[in-house]
Ligand binder design. Structure first.
Ligand code: ADP
Ligand code: MG
Length: 131
């Protein structure tokens, strides 16, 4: 589907959140600026999280009340580094994991993951593909 504003992507993600279950792992694919973090903002809203969602680029992972774990693996070089950082520990918990730049940690991802691909079409248009 296509969205034509940031708000539309948030609304889509908020609705998508209803399909998630405890312990789910969701991978978000897409270039810088594609809307991954924006999508997570909608997701959090749909999960009833009132806190502001900010990009965890420098913290690697932000924990929202053990309900949502928001990862940004942009600066992680490989799976071993993620393991050393203890990121894999969160995969087995009840909270939902949502991962930006999961491409960087492919080797340690559980077999069963949901996936969404975001593509920037133009300034305000994004294509969202749910896999
Ligand atoms: P990423 O996490 O993929 O790097 P962000 O969500 O941080 O991307 O940034 C997306 C940027 O694109 C934001 O500045 C947002 O306002 C803008 N934007 C414009 N149109 C859309 C849209 N349809 N959906 C999502 N973001 C959009
Ligand atoms: Mg981001």
């Amino acid at each position: 589907m296509k969205t034509s504003s940031r708000e539309e992507t948030i609304a889509f993600a908020k609705n998508y959140a209803k399909s998630l279950q405890s312990g789910d792992i969701l991978l978000l694919s897409g270039d810088l600026g594609a809307g991954k973090t924006t999508f997570v903002q909608g997701l959090a809203s749909g999960l009833g999280i009132a806190e502001e969602i900010t990009s965890p680029t420098y913290a690697y992972m932000n924990n929202y009340n053990d309900k949502l774990y928001h990862f940004d693996c942009y600066r992680i070089q490989n799976a071993m580094e993620a393991e050393v950082l203890g990121l894999t520990d969160y995969f087995d918990l009840d909270g939902i994991c949502v991962i930006e730049w999961a491409e960087n940690i492919l080797d340690i991802l559980p077999a069963e993951c949901k996936k969404i691909i975001l593509k920037k079409i133009d300034e305000n248009t994004r294509e969202i593909e749910v896999l």
